[in-house]
Design a protein around this ligand. Sequence first.
Ligand code: PMP
Ligand code: GLN
Length: 379
Amino acid sequence: LAQRLHGIAPTIFSEMSALAMRTGSVNLGQGFPDVDGPPAVIAEAVRALEGGQNQYAPGLGVPALRQAVARHQHRHYGIELDPDIEVVVTTGATEGIAAALLGLVDPGDEIIVLEPYYDSYVAMIQMAGGVRRPVTLRAPDFRLDPDELRAAVTDRTQFVLLNSPHNPTGTVLTRAELQAVADLAVERDLVVITDEVYEHLTYDAEHVPISTLPGMAERTLTLSSAGKSYSFTGWKVGWASGPRELVQAVLAAKQWLTFTSGSPLQPAVAHALDEAPGFPRQLAAALRERRDRLCAGLTEVGLDVRVPQGTYFATTDISALGWADGLAFCLALPERAGVVAIPHQVFHDGPAGDQLVRWAFCKEPDVVEEGLRRLAAAD
Ligand code: PMP
Ligand code: GLN
């Protein structure tokens, strides 16, 4: 195995979903819904497949989707983008993350990243030769401490890799927290790469794109995807947007990763963004009820629950049940209860996540109920 992959474990999501399959467990681990997005959007994809949109898309992506992304950013946030130079379609936000880091980071560059971090950030920072500087969102509130943020800066800091709404904590960064990041970025001339895949899945909080803060549009690369907003996680259609130089850097790497992203799903996602702009809010309303049910049920079984403001996930502290090690807890849980969850531990350098476990509520209500029933019956 190449050195650039040394020390990087297989992704926890594949491991835990395989464990769920093997043990017949209720999968409250990996975040994917068990009901697909709008049928009209699927019909558009079928139309594109049958209508001959089956050859290479342009490098930046199908124009209709780039235009729809620009309209989406304007409709929701008042952001102005030129779809011909400031938007690039990626194969999920995952490729956006990879191409952004490979296209922008030089060996030795330091990147400030929120901890717990989504696992692909760590892998891709390492593959790009960068150095991560975690800033920890600490239990029980998981807020961003501006002093800790500033303490992470060195002479080699070049980037902040942000994620809000934040996986796995469910934190939605406030305008004040984002302003602290923006102040630092302007002062130290940093580029901000922001992963906003859960932008529409917020419950008691408003999502503010950091690129809308003064001085930030010219130094922010924003990543998102149709996976979460439209319940098509398997489609892997995402996009990166921002100033031309940053989008060009993404494209410079992307052209050698995938060349272009798959054609026929792109017009369908354009259709979703343009014709079903209300779908993500309806989804969020449904998810909010499931969040509340899951959090109440987890509290009933004796867990200490942190109610999230966004994402698919709730977090619990397992020490209330007498457990000290979240990974051990999650590995034992299929046997003990027939349920799968995700330990925060694997998203940390330090010990702050050792006793924290993430539970997905983006499942059908009866699946959430069955998971809770099994947890209540476990000893
Ligand atoms: N970023 C975060 C924070 C995520 O949780 C996920 C996956 N759910 C992704 C990126 C990947 O998104 P995609 O499936 O569009 O590649
Ligand atoms: N992002 C989802 C999660 O956090 C699914 C995993 C993935 O996309 N790699 O569970």
